[in-house]
Design a protein around this ligand. Structure first.
Ligand code: NDP
Length: 335
């Protein structure tokens, strides 16, 4: 690891005379807009006329239609869902930004630019500040005066200052200049690879292993479903372990578990590493890097998302989901 890949500071002052349009007042938009306003910046919201826009108004922001906001702004943060971003960009942003002398466009994910669904205009700096944190988490860290990790990238640098703007924005949204805050010098490609690789490998593998574990112990070993779900994640032990991984490190946190647990884990990690999981992971990486997955997902959406809906329905109606619902209600976590 090269230490120069890590960035800890940005100069918010670079943005102080700008009008910054946050496009989309959702998970990320609301959090990033709020922190930037608290940092003394001039933030406006561009949103369709919906509940999110009403919320932004109720929370004291000036709100506009997306094209109006971009017309007034020097910089825009495109914080709408990735599936709709190309449409929003083509319909509402390019027509009003095309004739400006200079504009800065920021993304919180590399997806659309990396796969070419969004083609930047030549008068733009195109930057990425991609939080490794959900919106609520950003607000929580901000309240505690703490920073958080972001991946930072520059796709197009017409001003010669795009990296400085990106770092300034990372500081403005509360990621840098604070304890615990760190930026990784990254790229739109890299952000897309790590993001989708998580979504296509260890995360689904974790869920799949829960489902297999459940089926084997409940159906073949007469174990109670409640004992299984508490053991797997509902007790919160998994979340605690994940926190310790981030604090102590993946292997140092082993010492918090019994020797029996440590021996069992270490030997079984070895066994799993000797299976064809490698081929499966490699295949996923290839599908992501080549754009095959992106094309599959675009086609799925064009067809009205039938596979997405069928699978969601299948899992939500499963025995596992029914038991989980009962347990969460009994624990008072779900009504
Ligand atoms: P949200 O799903 O919260 O939506 C953001 C906003 O976009 C909402 O105000 C939403 O309105 C609006 N919107 C939805 N559809 C349209 C449309 N067709 N036209 C115009 N506006 C629309 O998005 P996120 O905040 O989750 O994601 C924004 C970006 O941040 C994405 O690039 C994502 O990859 C990235 N990101 C997200 C993270 C997260 O924690 N969620 C973490 C890191 C990066 P409405 O509420 O009415 O639907």
């Amino acid at each position: 690891m090269s230490e120069s890949n890590l960035i800890f500071e940005g100069d918010i002052g670079l943005l102080k005379d700008m009008t910054i349009a946050v496009i989309g007042y959702g998970n990320q938009g609301r959090a990033q807009a709020t922190v930037m306003r608290d940092n003394g910046l001039n933030v406006i919201i561009g949103n369709i006329r919906d509940e999110a826009r009403e919320r932004a108004e109720a929370e004291g922001f000036k709100t506009y239609d997306i094209d109006e906001a971009c017309k007034m702004a020097d910089m825009a943060l495109l914080l709408v869902p990735d599936e709709v971003a190309p449409d929003v960009y083509n319909k509402y942003i390019t027509p009003v930004v095309r004739d400006k002398e200079f504009f800065i466009l920021d993304f919180a994910s590399g997806y659309n630019v990396f796969y070419g669904y969004i083609k930047p205009l030549p008068n733009m700096d195109v930057i990425m500040v991609a939080p490794r944190m959900i919106g609520e988490g950003i607000l929580n860290m901000h309240r505690q005066g703490k920073g958080y990790p972001v991946l930072i990238g520059v796709e197009q640098d017409v001003s010669g200052k795009a990296w400085e703007y990106a770092k300034a924005l990372a500081a403005a949204i509360g990621a840098l200049n604070r304890e615990g805050g760190v930026g990784v010098r990254s790229s739109f490609r890299e952000e897309t690879l790590v993001d989708l690789m998580t979504e296509h490998t260890w995360m689904p593998l974790l869920t799949a292993s829960f489902l297999i574990y459940y089926k084997i112990l409940v159906e073949e070993y007469n174990v109670s479903p409640e004992a299984v779900l508490l053991e797997l994640y509902i007790s919160g032990e998994l979340a605690e372990t994940a926190r310790e991984m981030a604090t102590l490190g993946l292997f140092e946190q082993f010492r918090l578990h019994s020797r029996t647990s440590q021996y069992g884990q270490l030997t079984r990690i070895k066994k799993f590493l000797d299976t064809d999981l490698w081929d499966m992971f490699r295949r996923e990486a290839e599908e992501i890097a080549s754009g095959e997955f992106a094309r599959e997902w675009t086609l799925e959406q064009k067809c009205g998302s039938p596979v997405f809906r069928r699978l969601m329905d299948e899992f939500k109606r499963s025995d596992f989901a029914r038991v989980e619902d009962r347990l969460l209600k009994a624990l008072g976590r779900r009504r």
